[in-house]
Design a protein around this ligand. Structure first.
Ligand code: BMA
Length: 988
């Protein structure tokens, strides 16, 4: 083992050159070769305590259960792995396994440290990047700290003096989150004399109470789309950090265009936070930070004198703490390639390297920090007056690199009930699916979490901007000193972790807590209102926001979502109506009105949440139960998972406005073979029950299909409504509504799911895309046509050409759009006409017509509205000529809802599958003499849940249509016949 003893100012600094540690398991077997563990410079070494070779044990505190543990991981996953509990998200297991979260658990690891290792470094810190949640850390029988109390804090504990040569024992004891939260709530109420709601969730959630009293992701105590699986564990890395006494703790990055707008020059700054270990040499004099952006800058050095007097370093600090910071500023970076949101250009990421060295000609290395991917982009959320009076509102426009960007977004809920248990491929699938649908912004919602690094890496790479809520949601929160202090550390850790991210667009204090106060969700007694208002301001204005601004001056910090943005500030941080459509963002849901009608939904400046539930597809439900009798929209199984009170009834009622509730006669029998075969192969179904169960599953398949199309239509209509009112105020007789418009985007609720249940998602927990995700890929396309009912009383219809500005495309274009009218039943074309327009403004929709339905029907030569279909197609496709983008999709307008179609004969569809290559298939659809509404293909085989079609859930107005199918790589080669045997098809 090579050690270099290095003399400096007559003081010996011991540093490492080569491999330093050898870690042995307690049985004496050599398990870790240090060379493979260490990264970075020889001076700063990370010794992981979560390699597969360091074995962890998980024990219940009463000793009755002891199984292998995993780090990162959680108790539920480890118990499941050991065969002690079943999958908590299958069957009714969320409730059956709840005992797990009511118990206390201990994770324990033993490792050997040899003599040189224990002695040779100046500083050794134990770093726990993420503790879930209330935990005692014990090293060699010494309690290292009072208690870990926060999921998002990163704990760093100086342990050099505690490590022993030989066997070391690390134990983390975790208290039941349910018990802790309840006690904390009770203590708070008795100490301060007032409750902090919401207490407990509705009974339908089968959830746990007081999520607001424990700093862990709120959704783990149950939500209206998810079960309670309140985990405990070590959810991120655990390691020993060995360094020379001084080390880089974090690096922030800021880039901004130079003031001189004539040159494409930028400046950038890397800010390094440097920490002292508990033994550092104050006589060291000067240290330097050297930074470089690969392919763009030379390395720059900035040296600072170490403070001569330093207060002693406490032995436990947050990992994101540092003792001083050093800024390295790069001026005049000419013509960097910019980072653009998805759909607006490419995402150039540069590598930032930062080193810490001693001042001197050879700049001796102390720490070679990890690299970061950074980018050049400017994101602004502008709030300017709409009219002459403030009461007319402010707009809320996103501008990236000086171009207005229409927000095409969704809301991201956590990846699953076990965050550490998720596979990187799960993040990859969701983020690539989001990007494929044209999504350019995801809101990481406040009832969830600050996500894992993989999530933000993908967001950076794919151009998906992140609206990051801090983890506070749908609740009031305690504000005693202890709580505020842990939140202070948490916020600092979060900002220092994410600040350099190109994708990060805006910070937001919480989800809906301002609205909860302003609208008095919990009927708080009137004379205490001021106290709650004060607490709110204390937490979000004086703490969260101040901490964020201190760490990150480059981004807008909104206090809440929804909020009125600047107008919320005018009202002292809590607006009397945070849901105003004239300011900021809005969340909107209605479960009683017809969501297909334009008047139901207000037009928001930014609609950051809206949605409606649908049922998951058959294959996803079958992933959650082994009993096919559980399948159905009203079984106990479904009702157990439908947490929204009266949710399934709400879905059924809304669906019934537009779709027949019985399976249409032409679908009876169409899917029976596939379903019957599945039942025989996978479930022990007695032959006497086969027919009945096949019918049951076929009925559910239709009902889930109808619910998904109903949902997809809602999302499409609301998106088109906002997109077409992007550059104008709504034309409405009602004066208040007449000020609505100038919309900057939408983010539908919700992208993903944590289990199989009726929810608002567009992607199911198995990864399968719902109809609404395919719809999104069309309505979020960069260029698109929209035909929408603009006024349901006057029956006014509008058609638009919508396009987004891409810096590589020229400004104006001439478009020619052809309109064809069809008889729904016979596919006969009734009439056609074309419209030619100049589309000049790159970000504003081009209106093609605004007409009454009656006039349109006349123009169509259509006598029966329910049998009439209008289709728009872009004839002159400028993009296609330039090869820049795929075709603009045609858009259809039906004059009636599908349940009223007067079909003379049963529509039919035949499907052929051809194999093109290992993972690619072609699917040819041939219809009879009818137009088909919402043709939807689904696959009833688990290996196809992540298969994607080139288009789906579309209206078919020609006799033939070919689709491409991309299937995931599976071990064996699959044939066209394999695909066909899994295929369910629906249409109306
Ligand atoms: C909003 C969200 C979530 C919820 C969703 C659907 O309130 O912020 O809390 O899941 O609506 O109800």
């Amino acid at each position: 083992m090579a050690l270099l003893v290095w003399q400096l100012n007559k003081l010996y600094w011991t540093i490492f050159l080569n491999s330093v540690f050898t870690v042995l398991l307690f049985n004496g077997r050599l398990v870790v070769q240090s060379e493979t563990l260490f990264y970075n410079s020889p001076l700063r070494q990370k010794l992981s305590l979560n390699t597969p070779n360091v074995q962890w044990a998980l024990r219940r505190s009463d000793g009755a259960i002891s199984v292998p543990g995993s780090v990162p991981g959680d108790v539920y996953s480890d118990l499941r792995q050991a065969g002690i509990i079943p999958d908590p998200i299958a069957e009714f297991n969320d409730v059956k396994t709840r005992w797990v979260a009511n118990a206390n658990w201990t994770y324990e690891a033993k490792f050997y440290v040899n003599h040189s290792a224990a002695q040779s470094s100046a500083a050794i810190d134990l770093v726990l990047e993420g503790v879930d949640t209330i935990g005692q850390v014990i090293l060699n029988n010494r309690h290292l700290m009072a208690s870990c109390d926060n999921y998002w804090r990163e704990y760093r504990i100086s342990v050099k003096s505690l490590l022993v040569v030989g066997e070391n024992n690390l134990t983390v004891s975790l208290t039941s989150p349910i018990v802790y939260a309840r006690q904390a709530a009770e203590n708070y109420a008795s100490k301060f004399g007032y409750p902090v709601p919401p207490d407990c969730p509705p009974l339908t959630y089968n959830g746990e109470c007081y999520f607001n009293f424990i700093r862990k992701p709120a959704y783990s105590f149950s939500w209206d789309w998810g079960p309670a699986v309140p985990t405990s564990g070590l959810w991120r890395e655990v390691y020993l950090d060995l360094y020379s006494g001084l080390a880089i703790d974090y690096v922030k990055f800021t880039a901004s265009p130079s003031l001189d707008s004539s040159s494409n020059a930028w400046w950038a700054m890397a800010t390094a936070g440097v920490k002292f270990g508990d033994r550092f040499d104050q006589k060291i004099g000067q240290v330097c930070i050297v930074a470089q952006i690969d392919e763009l800058t030379e390395s720059l050095k900035r040296c600072v004198k170490l403070p001569s007097e330093t207060s002693p370093q406490p032995s436990i600090i947050d990992a994101a703490e540092s003792n001083f910071t050093v800024d390295v500023r790069f001026d005049q970076i000419i013509n960097p390639q910019l980072w653009w949101p998805n759909g607006y250009g490419s995402q150039r990421l540069y590598t930032l390297r930062v080193r810490l060295c001693l001042d001197g000609p050879d700049c001796r290395l102390l720490d070679n920090w990890e690299t970061r991917r950074v980018a050049f982009r400017q994101v602004q959320l502008l709030q300017n007056s709409i009219g002459n009076e403030l009461g007319q509102g402010l707009n809320f426009n996103l501008v990236v690199n000086n171009r207005p960007v229409f927000i095409k977004g969704s809301n991201f809920v956590p990846i699953g009930m076990s965050i550490p248990g998720a596979d990187v491929s799960d993040y990859d699938w969701l983020m690539r699916s989001a990007a494929a649908a044209g999504i350019n912004m995801l809101r990481v919602w406040g009832g969830g979490t600050i996500e894992r690094a993989e999530f933000y890496d993908l967001a950076d790479q794919l151009g998906i901007m992140i609206w990051q809520d801090f983890p506070f949601a749908c609740a009031l929160y305690p504000t005693d000193e202890e709580f505020l202090s842990t939140v202070r550390s948490e916020v600092r850790a979060t900002v220092r972790r994410l600040q350099h991210r190109a994708s990060l667009a805006v910070w937001v204090g919480n989800n809906e807590n301002e609205g909860a106060l302003a609208n008095d969700w919990w009927s708080l007694w009137a004379n205490r209102t001021e106290r709650y208002y004060d607490d709110y301001r204390k937490l979000y204005m004086r703490l969260v926001r101040q901490q964020v601004v201190a760490e990150d001056s480059t981004r807008l910090v909104l206090l809440s979502s929804p909020s009125n943005g600047d107008a919320t500030e005018w009202e002292g941080g809590i607006a009397h109506q945070p849901q105003s459509t004239l300011f900021g963002d809005v969340h909107f849901y209605s479960y009683t009105e017809d969501m297909w009608l334009p008047e139901t939904t207000p037009l928001a400046r930014l609609m950051s949440e809206f949605g409606f539930q649908s049922h998951p597809s058959l294959i996803t439900v079958l992933s959650a139960t082994r009993d096919p009798r559980n399948i159905g929209i009203d079984t106990n199984f479904t009702l157990h998972r439908e947490h929204q009170p009266n949710g399934t009834l709400t879905i059924a009622r809304h669906n019934a406005r537009h779709f027949a509730s019985q399976v249409p006669k032409w679908l009876i029998g169409v899917n029976d073979d596939v379903i019957g075969k599945l039942l025989v192969l996978n479930f022990s179904v007695p032959s006497s029950e086969l027919k009945q169960l096949t019918d049951r599953l076929a009925t559910y398949a239709y009902q889930s299909y109808a619910s998904q199309i109903d949902q997809a239509e809602i999302y499409r209509r609301i998106t088109h409504q906002h997109a077409s009112n992007r550059c104008r105020l709504r034309s409405a007789a009602n004066q208040a509504r007449g000020l609505e418009g100038m919309s900057s985007g939408v983010m539908y609720w919700q992208l993903n799911d944590v289990w199989s249940a009726p929810t608002w998602s567009s992607i199911e927990v198995t990864g399968a895309w719902k109809a609404t995700h395919y719809y999104a890929a069309r309505y979020y396309a960069n260029r698109g046509l929209a035909i929408a009912l603009a006024d349901s009383e006057q029956r006014i219809v509008e058609a638009f050409y919508i396009r987004d500005s891409n810096p590589n495309q020229r400004g104006s274009e001439q478009i020619e759009v052809r309109f064809d009218c069809y008889d729904v039943d016979s596919l006969a074309r009734l009439n056609s006409w074309t419209i030619i327009k100049n589309s000049t403004s790159p970000n504003c929709p081009t209106e093609l017509f605004r007409q009454s339905e009656a006039d349109l029907l006349k123009r169509c030569n259509c006598s029966l509205a329910s049998n009439c279909l209008l289709e728009a197609k872009l004839v002159t496709n400028w993009n296609r000529q330039n090869g820049a983008e795929p075709d603009v999709q045609p858009e259809q307008y039906y004059f009636d809802v599908p349940k009223n179609f007067k079909r003379l004969k049963s529509p039919s569809l035949s499907v052929d599958v051809t194999k093109i290559s290992q993972q690619q298939f072609r699917i040819d659809l041939t219809s009879g003499q009818t137009t088909l509404y919402a043709v939807n293909l689904q696959f009833l085989c688990p290996w196809l849940t992540r298969a994607v079609l080139s288009d789906n859930a579309f209206h078919m107005t020609a006799k033939k249509r070919s689709l491409e199918l991309l299937v995931p790589a599976v071990g064996d080669s699959r044939s066209a016949k394999d695909i066909k045997e899994c295929l369910l098809v629906h249409f109306l």
